[in-house]
Write a protein that binds this ligand. Structure first.
Ligand SMILES: Cc1ncc(COP(=O)(O)O)c(C=O)c1O
Length: 379
């Protein structure tokens, strides 16, 4: 089945108890036992399992083409739960530009569990090899990076990891598994913020972890149950609905991103454009080796802060907000939003200047987006 058909018919889309064409919201915390010591009872308590959540995880398996998938209350819950596979004394390697929340967790919380971390330039494979130590247990990959869309080679990094018997976790939030399939390349775990493109409507916070390894799955499931970071049933229902149109939403968003990136790239008021769909992007070739399109997110830099502020004042269609992956275009200012928790020095090191803006393209008509961007830059 191709993607759009798979997302509509490739998993449990009909409720097995009632035949409902939309999986019902099983809004219950607990389930009546038909008798004492009833071994056949499938559901006991909704933190352990629930029919709506089961349907969602079935959908995630279909989306990720994975043997197993676990849903979480947020992308961060999926990420931190996967990092809990590490043990005291282990070392984990992150990309320098890892998502801010993951970075904060790594700096503020992992040391309490005696877990060592390194942050490296993951586009540099020599640096990846050289940063592996005797106690290294995991390489954590994120490509394209946020917000500068830096690319690293998933396939080559997984090969290095396998040579050293290391686990690989890939944050695939920006591309989703419709466009980039790390599990196919041998990654152990894919994590995604479902709050973004998968749900797609800026109305839910959720996450997923997918794997083909039964042992990893059983651990993640145990942690999910015991940490209790489960997704609520109403959110699960919204995600199930959003996921059905994910393919067509992403197709339109990616088309829009390519056109806006090309427009900005030619504009004299724009200093830099970061978008892997542009042939001039330094990671273009590696990106298209592992992904089928340039994605729906791009960043760009104006020449000074005054220009950047004036541009934002004039721009009418995109909402100015943290987050990405909605049906509506979302523009954000990383220095004061997603990367505000970093010091000025750290931001500078990553190239996140005060004049940088990140755009997540929605599915608006491209003519309207182009007119809006042209007008906002015309001052
Ligand atoms: C790349 C990436 N990973 C993870 C997350 C965290 O996801 P959530 O906000 O659903 O916890 C985000 C959120 O912006 C993200 O951009």
């Amino acid at each position: 089945m191709k993607d759009n058909t798979r997302l509509l018919h490739g998993y449990n889309v009909i409720d097995e108890y009632t035949g409902a064409a939309s999986i019902p919201i099983y809004q219950t915390s607990t389930f009546h036992n038909s008798e004492l010591y009833c071994k056949k009872q499938k559901y006991q308590y909704s933190r352990f399992s629930n029919p709506t959540i089961d349907a969602l995880e079935d959908g995630f398996r279909c989306l990720e083409k994975s043997k197993y998938a676990v849903s979480f209350s947020s992308g961060m819950a999926a990420i931190t739960t996967s990092l809990m596979l590490l043990e005291a004394g282990n070392h984990v390697i992150f990309p320098l530009e890892v998502y801010g929340g993951t970075c904060q967790f790594s700096n503020a919380i992992l040391p309490d569990f005696a877990i060592e971390r390194s942050y490296i330039d993951m586009a540099n494979l020599e640096e990846v090899k050289n940063s592996i130590k005797e106690n290294t247990r995991m390489i954590y990959i994120e490509t394209p990076s946020n917000p500068l869309l830096k690319i690293c080679d998933i396939d080559e990094i997984i090969k290095i990891a396998k040579d050293h018997n290391l686990l690989t976790v890939v944050d695939n939030t920006f591309m989703t598994s419709l466009a980039q399939e790390p599990l196919k390349l041998g990654a152990d775990i894919v994590v995604e913020s479902v709050s973004k493109f998968i749900n797609g409507h800026s109305d839910v916070i959720a996450g997923l972890a997918a794997t083909n390894d039964q042992e990893i799955y059983e651990k993640l499931k145990l942690y999910q149950k015991n940490f209790g970071a489960i997704v609520g049933v109403e959110d699960a229902w919204l995600i199930l609905r959003g996921m059905k149109t994910m393919g067509i939403r992403l197709k339109e968003s990616v088309k829009n991103a390519q056109e806006i990136a090309e427009l900005l790239d030619k504009h004299p008021k724009v200093k830099n454009v970061y978008y892997p769909g542009l042939k001039t992007h330094p990671g273009h070739e590696v990106h298209f080796k592992q992904a089928t399109n340039g994605g729906a997110v791009l960043s760009f830099e104006l020449y000074n802060e005054e220009d950047m502020k004036e541009f934002l004042r004039r721009l009418e269609i995109p909402i100015l907000a943290v987050s990405l992956g909605g049906v509506e275009s979302i523009i954000s200012h990383p220095a004061s939003m997603s990367h505000a928790c970093l010091s000025c020095e750290e931001r500078k090191k990553q190239g996140v200047t005060d004049c940088l803006l990140r755009l997540s393209c929605g599915i608006e008509d491209i003519e309207d987006l182009i007119a809006d961007f042209e007008n906002a830059l015309d001052f």
